[in-house]
Write a protein that binds this ligand. Structure first.
Ligand SMILES: Cc1ncc(C[n+]2csc(CCOP(=O)(O)OP(=O)(O)O)c2C)c(N)n1
Ligand SMILES: [Mg+2]
Length: 756
């Protein structure tokens, strides 16, 4: 429906489209000359046949106006450096209907154009102010109630809007994960923080719907529903027909989604509140009642460009631009307000101007509010750490009765068994963790009946049932998305990534999403998890690159992440206790990197010596974050810093080096790779006469670089040192594998160089 006349007056050719859209509204209202009906009572339909009543319409209209004036305000104050973000919601304000039709306890993951939704959701709780809250976020004030001034996000703790930045589509997997988690939590009898019949809401743009991360969520949702498992997620595609400057082919969203099996498609006109509301309601009710994944195709338009920096007039014809602006949903809402007799022209204009005033006043006030001006304050929520509480939680041993039940009696407790290898002790540790925390879930590819490709999770499903231990579909992005979902409702996920190489294709789910949640929510939202990843090389040439991936770099620079890498069974047990405690106490996202080649390793120096078997540390013992293990403390002739497979290799090489050079060597297992414990490293370097770094990862940006940097910054950079490190290449098959990763002979050769 084109509401404005086709002729294009000279002033409409102006450069500032925000100003033009602004003026359009007032002119449209003034010039409107339609028939006026008898004013409806508050609970009568706003127009004949509409599912929306007059009161509902008035509130939605107000929410739309708030959203619009926040956009207009941002465009003006950006120029004065009072606002730092101008991606707006203009043309999308109809998404307020989705907020109206849902509850404030339905977790929402929003598109950056969901300003109307946000304004409307604020109505659901008394005493909240969408204008001031948003203004504080636009102004990056530290008083911004959601991000504390770190980013302009749509988010709110009391309103269950989990903040999103604008990486396209990355929030869909966790939205689906949250939907699944609501059902899993309910079935487990877990005390959900929201009502049992909640749904998860997730909005995104039309272009974004093509993204691999979006497609993965649609597929996983359908995969779930196909098996008659509930997945009450409402996907809301806000279709404005364009992504920045690229048009979505006409009809593509409908074509792509209306016929998908097990993804139930609904269409609603988001440009017209009176017509659209019934369809929005239908979609919401369907999702809530059937618990099936629901796709709401919401028609929107985009006016005022992609962002304030997008001068559409430079790349689109003026005719096209004016046609788009004529479809402005606020013009339609104004027409409804006037035609229904609900408001007079003066009332509409007065409301419009009053909302403008309110938004500007809030923005000016927000500009005067404090900003983040200390680094410590900026990063405070990134990686909270309360050592005493973490230690107490890790050492907590008040679950003895449940343990006895799980392991089947005192004589079966793992600490009463002879020493075992790494895989067995991790398996024991997982049983132990499940006994301690009824909220833990373990899931991934092949982890259930088979117990994982290395049988590390064997027996868990039998012991704890298919609701707590289950196979997922083959999709690492969804595995990590689900983990976030479970965490969002208070469960403790332990997802497994089968091989380190497969983490890399889902990396953004930790890097961009899970690890960033505490930062962007000022630590109000947490998605604690312990991700188990099997990896690293040394499988006797078997398996090639994917099964021997040794690239830890992608994990090393994820802000806030914790990565532990145990080289032996007892360390894995005490490390896992600390990782789960970090998750419980401080909400942290952590990775347990398990060296595959050590899973079954039993011997250290000679065949049959059992030198790499360990006992199971009884509950009560844990390993402090950052605490390394030192072999042969006090030896200073040579200090070898290493981790993972490097530990037993270095211990063996140290014997040869002593025989050759007479040096007494100390081997330092870092154990914690992210963050590196610089203080500990420096202390170990202090008395070292020579230093060797044995890093099985890759040369560039690997752990070894961090160790050298710590030593140098600690003042010991002048000590003679050598680094033995993997080559910057992919790992080949068979014997060639040993050409690219460090071996014992390389360690000895490096010592020779130190001697020479
Ligand atoms: C992964 C990713 N790739 C690219 C971008 C850059 N980008 C931001 S918005 C956008 C267009 C999105 O279009 P659409 O999904 O239709 O949403 P709209 O802005 O039209 O509401 C692009 C390409 C991004 N934010 N994230
Ligand atoms: Mg779009």
């Amino acid at each position: 429906m084109s509401i404005l006349p086709n002729r294009i007056p000279a002033r409409m050719k102006g450069l500032n489209r925000a100003e033009i859209c602004d003026v359009n509204f007032s002119e449209f209202v003034r010039d409107w000359d339609g028939d006026v009906e008898a004013a409806p009572a508050p609970h009568e339909p706003i127009l004949d046949g509409s599912a929306l009543d007059a009161q509902g319409f008035r509130e939605l209209f107000e929410s739309q106006l708030i959203s619009r004036h926040l956009d207009l305000m941002a465009r003006v104050l950006r120029v004065q450096n009072k606002v730092f973000y101008t991606i707006g919601s203009s043309g999308h304000e109809g998404n307020a209907m989705v907020a109206r039709a849902t509850r404030h306890t339905d977790p929402a993951f929003l598109h950056y154009r969901s300003g109307g939704f946000m304004a409307e959701r604020f109505r659901k709780l008394p005493g909240m102010d969408p204008v001031m809250d948003s203004a504080l976020s636009f102004a990056a004030s530290s008083e911004d109630p959601i991000s504390g001034g770190r980013h302009k996000v749509w988010g709110s703790k009391p309103l269950w809007v989990l903040p999103q930045t604008s990486t396209i589509a990355s929030h869909l997997p966790k939205a689906l994960g949250t939907a699944i988690a609501i059902e899993t939590g309910r079935r487990l009898g877990h005390d959900l923080p929201i009502p049992d019949d909640s749904i998860a809401i997730c909005s995104f743009g039309d272009a974004s719907s093509n993204h691999a991360t979006a497609q993965t969520a649609f597929n996983a949702a359908a995969w779930t529903a196909y098996q008659k498992l509930p997945a009450p997620v409402l996907f809301v595609c806000e279709d404005n027909g364009i992504g920045i400057s690229v048009k979505t082919p006409n009809g593509w969203v409908e074509r792509n989604f209306s016929q998908r099996p097990d993804l139930d498609y609904f269409y609603a006109d988001g440009l017209d509140l009176a017509n659209g509301y019934a369809d929005v309601q239908r979609a919401v009710e369907h999702c809530r009642k059937t618990r099936r994944p629901t796709f709401l195709h919401l028609r929107t338009t985009r006016i005022m460009g992609h962002a304030g920096t997008d001068f559409e007039i430079e790349w689109r014809s003026i005719e096209e631009l004016c046609a788009v602006e004529a479809s402005d949903p606020l013009l339609r809402s104004a027409a409804i307000a006037l035609q229904s007799g609900l408001m007079s022209k003066d009332e509409v204009l007065a409301l419009y101007e009053a909302t403008r005033k309110r938004c500007f006043a809030a923005a000016e006030e927000a500009d005067r509010r404090p900003k983040l001006d200390k680094l410590d304050d900026v990063i405070a929520p990134l990686a909270p750490y309360t050592p005493a509480a973490v230690k107490a939680e890790a050492e907590r041993a008040d679950y003895a009765a449940r343990r006895l039940e799980v392991f089947g009696g005192d004589d079966k407790l793992p600490e009463n068994q002879p020493p075992r290898h790494l895989a067995i002790q991790i398996n024991n540790a997982l049983h132990d963790t499940f006994a301690k925390y009824p909220e833990t879930l373990l899931f991934g590819e092949d982890v259930a009946q088979k117990g994982g490709v290395y049988t590390v999770t064997r027996g868990l499903q039998k012991a704890f049932g298919p609701r707590r231990v289950f196979n997922t579909l083959l999709d690492e992005t969804m595995i990590l998305g689900m983990a976030q979902g479970f965490a969002n409702v208070g469960l403790l996920p332990i997802p497994e990534i089968q091989y380190l190489a497969y983490f890399h294709n889902a990396c953004d789910q930790l890097r961009g999403e899970a690890a960033s949640l505490q930062f962007f929510s000022n630590d109000q939202y947490r998605n604690p998890m312990v991700v188990r990843i099997a990896g690293l090389g040394y499988q006797r040439g078997f398996g090639g690159h994917f099964h021997n991936d040794n690239s830890i770099t992608a994990l090393r620079d994820i802000p806030g992440l914790v990565v532990g890498c145990p080289s032996r069974g007892d360390d894995a047990v005490t490390m896992l206790r600390t990782l789960t405690a970090l998750a419980k106490v401080d909400g942290r996202v952590a990775v347990l990197l398990e060296p595959i080649a050590l899973y079954m390793t039993k011997d250290l120096h000679e065949a049959g010596d059992g030198g790499w078997l360990t006992g199971f540390p009884a509950p009560g013992e844990a390993m402090e974050l950052g605490e390394g293990r030192v072999y042969d403390e006090g030896n200073d002739d040579l200090v070898i810093f290493t981790y993972g497979n490097g530990v037993p290799m270095s211990l063996r090489a140290a014997r040869q080096i002593e025989q050759k050079h007479g040096w007494k060597a100390r081997v330092v297992d870092l154990r914690w790779l992210v963050p590196l414990n610089d203080g500990f490293i420096v202390e170990q370097a202090r008395n070292a006469k020579r230093i060797l770094i044995v890093d099985e990862g890759r040369r560039s940006a690997g752990v070894g670089e961090g160790v050298i940097t710590a030593i140098a910054e600690g003042g010991f950079g002048a000590r003679p040192f050598q680094r033995v490190v993997g080559v910057d290449t992919y790992t080949p098959l068979a014997g060639a594998a040993f050409l690219v990763i460090p071996g014992e002979e390389d360690i000895v050769a490096a010592a020779d160089r130190l001697a020479g």
